[in-house]
Design a protein around this ligand. Structure first.
Ligand code: CTP
Length: 404
């Protein structure tokens, strides 16, 4: 989603920058590694080149690269300058405005936000010179991931240990996320069909393409949310999200959703989950016989109903939104499902209406809530996603207000 310059300095924690680069990539960010001379004593540039699949910037005056232009080009392209580990030396050079290598020049040349993860000996960190430099940088808007306490590589105990890579990635992600109305919210969205296998070559499935769920996930990302997308098997390209979980069967989707439900502020079940699955999937391909064939199907777990039942015990008690694919008496049937499954909203699709429902780019729905039904006329799934998320936002605001 964004290009991040990862500045690596000469500290024992430099190897952890490798994990930070991987974590950022997992969240769909591009990383360009910028190493100081000292950093190269700890980790080789090849490691970062292999991971980032980009040339690693190691020298401002490298022959072949027009140095003066390159640091300006990177400076204007990046969405974040992240320094891991930030040593006392780089903190001092940034604070003083010294531009004697690529990384320190990049700091002066960029207008992108700057995030530093300091790591050093406990006494170095506590030294008034370092503390003053940190204050100077903080006053300029530079942000920090606090070092942790514990055993330091130098043998001392105390504050100075580099924060964990996951925590650094998390803070970076928070800075990069757009300041939308869903910033700070975590949404769990399901999309697509489920395939219930009969044997190694056949399955029972449905015509869902995942487009409605993908549109919801993409719009929630645009509004600044953290989005976990649990997607069934579909050939449509999913949007870039915070975490993408691929599943096949209803039982797998159930497990993936339940595992992640606790941290969610809202869960939107747009997936067309199979209601039945073969009682037993044959290990070998089923051959034909002369007579008719009978399949025994058994019920799958109803994920949405389980969420409705569990909600009172879930931390944060997420807003729950279900979908209902109907072909007759749409509003009444959706209203009944809302009550039965104990959810906040049911988005009802009339699957017989041309241009709506499965496998098309448009949709027309009716949103059934506690106060009645809102008809959303035929429009793009992206626009319908916007209307649904407006309703989710209103419910989240009401909940937060009630908690105050
Ligand atoms: N759903 C679910 N788990 C299932 C089946 C459905 O979580 N095993 C969810 C869907 O994701 C959707 C909602 O329940 O959000 C309604 O799905 P739908 O198939 O329309 O309704 P059903 O409850 O299955 O009722 P019926 O098929 O009888 O109309």
């Amino acid at each position: 989603m964004a290009l991040i310059a990862l500045g690596i300095c000469g500290g024992v924690g430099a190897y952890k920058a490798v994990e930070v680069a991987r974590g950022l990539q997992k969240r769909h960010h591009e990383v360009v590694a910028v190493m100081t001379d000292a950093a190269r004593h700890f980790v080789g540039p090849l490691t970062f080149e292999a991971i980032t699949r980009r040339r690693v910037v190691t020298d401002q005056f490298e022959p072949g690269a027009n140095a003066n232009i390159e640091h300006i080009a990177i400076a204007s392209d990046i969405a974040l300058l992240l320094v891991v580990p930030a040593t006392a030396d780089i903190i001092g050079r940034f604070a003083a405005g010294i531009a004697d290598d690529f990384l320190s020049s990049l700091y002066l040349a960029t207008t992108a936000p700057v995030l530093m993860a300091p790591s050093m000996n406990v006494n170095m960190l506590a030294h008034p010179a370092v503390q003053r430099n940190l204050e100077t940088l903080a006053a300029r808007g530079v942000r920090f991931v606090e070092p942790g306490e514990g055993y330091l590589a130098c043998g001392w105990m105390g504050k100075g240990r580099l924060a964990e890579p996951d925590a650094i990635v998390e803070v970076a992600e928070r800075i990069l996320r757009p300041a939308g109305p869903l910033r700070g919210r975590r949404l769990l969205v399901t999309a697509g069909p489920t395939y219930e296998d009969l044997d190694p070559v056949r399955y029972v499935g449905n015509r869902s393409s995942g487009r409605m769920g993908f549109a919801l996930a993409a719009e929630a990302m645009r509004r600044g949310a953290e989005v976990v997308l649990v997607a069934g098997p579909t050939t449509v390209e999913p949007p870039a999200v915070t975490e993408l979980v691929r599943v096949r069967r209803a039982a797998e989707m159930h497990a993936a959703v339940m595992d992640r439900a606790a941290g969610a502020d809202a869960i939107v079940m747009a997936a067309a989950v199979a209601d039945y699955t073969p009682a037993e999937a044959a290990a070998q391909k089923i051959g034909k016989t002369d007579g008719p064939m009978q399949l025994t199907l058994v019920r799958t777990p109803d994920i949405l109903a389980d969420l409705g039942r569990l909600r009172p015990s879930l931390p944060g008690q997420p807003v729950l939104v279900g979908f209902a694919a109907e072909s007759e008496d749409v509003v009444n049937r959706a209203a009944a499902k809302r009550v039965k499954k104990k959810v906040d909203l049911i988005v009802a699709n009339d699957v017989l209406q041309p241009g709506a429902g499965f496998d098309v780019d448009t949709n027309a729905v009716t949103i059934v809530g506690p106060d009645g039904a809102e008809a959303v006329p035929l429009q793009s799934k992206a626009a319908v996603a916007g209307v649904i998320l407006d309703r989710v936002e209103a419910l989240l605001e009401k909940k937060t207000g009630a908690r105050k």
